[in-house]
Design a protein around this ligand. Structure first.
Ligand SMILES: C[S@@+](CC[C@H](N)C(=O)[O-])C[C@H]1O[C@@H](n2cnc3c(N)ncnc32)[C@H](O)[C@@H]1O
Length: 291
């Protein structure tokens, strides 16, 4: 199936306007594959015909479906594994200390796709019930795709999906058999909630997140949109919170609001506020020692 340059530009423009994601030339080759199921479902025979319907604006839901079909939703449980070890061994023990009076943690996964990242986080807590007993853990997953959020909310995964990233023991412990595969058990679903949200808009309620994950989302944003995204992410963090990006993503050279946490490679902190925290800790130590 051929697609004209002008049609592919219209699709790229639509995607970028709604999500900030750019369709690189290499991704433009995949337009046809990405949209084939939607074309079949709607009985539309060519991409150019789809564009004509879009431009006429007679089917308001169609443009959202097109955008969702063009997004890259690749994800799996404990993706890249080591970031979760970093959270479990560094960030969570430190937060357990710092928040021991409030006993409340807020985590935001921005661009959570179908929810595997969020349920992986929930597993970190569920696997240490004694450490987190009496704590309120709020893990919010957001994505610009309504289809992804519906799936994430259901907590239901196919056999193939549930096996990607989970060992057999984790799968049996945290998922129960469901009609079409597996469904996350109640203790895993309890701390999580999901919401449709565009990362480029104001951060979701309640803000002040102790940990923000935005992994494998910023890669295809234009430089300008990426700056905006970092502003939104920074604005959503607690002053002593952490940001985690995907492998191959960095804040370096992209924003001055965030900087690498020198004690935990792969985690980022607010620069201004982070400095204040380091300073407060040093001040406290100095006053304790009389220095
Ligand atoms: C490749 S997936 C990554 C999922 C997960 N974070 C991971 O690393 O496995 C990227 C997700 O970001 C979402 N996304 C893209 N642009 C977004 C935006 N502007 N706001 C919120 N989500 C967005 C996509 O819909 C997609 O589900």
């Amino acid at each position: 199936m051929q697609i004209s340059d002008s049609s592919s530009r219209i699709l790229a423009g639509l995607l970028e306007a709604r999500t900030g994601q750019q369709l690189t030339m290499s991704r433009r080759w995949r337009l046809e594959t990405a949209l084939s199921a939607l074309l079949r479902e709607r009985g539309i025979s060519t991409l150019d015909e789809l564009i004509t319907i879009l431009v006429m604006g007679k089917e308001p839901n169609l443009s959202q479906r097109v955008v969702e079909a063009l997004l890259n939703n690749e994800t799996y449980f404990f993706r890249d594994r080591s970031p979760f070890d970093l959270l479990a061994c560094h960030a969570l023990p430190e937060l357990a200390q710092r928040r021991k009076d409030q006993r409340k943690l807020k985590i935001w996964s921005a661009g959570c796709s179908t929810g595997q990242e969020v349920y992986s986080l929930a597993m970190l807590f569920a696997e240490q019930p004694d450490a987190w007993r009496g704590w309120t853990i709020d893990i919010l997953g957001t994505d610009v795709s309504t289809g992804c959020i519906d799936r994430a909310r259901s907590g239901a995964y196919t056999q193939f999906e549930v096996q990607r990233g989970l060992g057999i023991n984790q799968m049996i412990r945290w998922f129960e058999e469901a009609p079409d595969g597996w469904r996350a058990v109640e203790p895993l679903r309890k701390p999580v909630r999901f919401q449709v949200h565009n990362l480029l808009e104001m951060p979701p309620h309640p803000g002040g997140f102790d940990i923000v994950l935005c992994r494998n989302v910023l890669l295809y944003l234009s430089a300008e949109k990426r700056i905006l995204a970092f502003e939104r992410l920074a604005g959503a963090m607690a002053e002593d919170g952490w940001l985690m990006l995907g492998a191959g993503e960095t804040v370096i050279g992209q924003t001055n609001k965030l900087g690498a946490d020198l004690k935990a490679r792969g985690l980022y902190r607010l620069t201004g506020d982070g400095t204040r925290i380091e300073k407060r800790q040093t001040d406290r130590r100095n006053s304790a020692t009389g220095a």
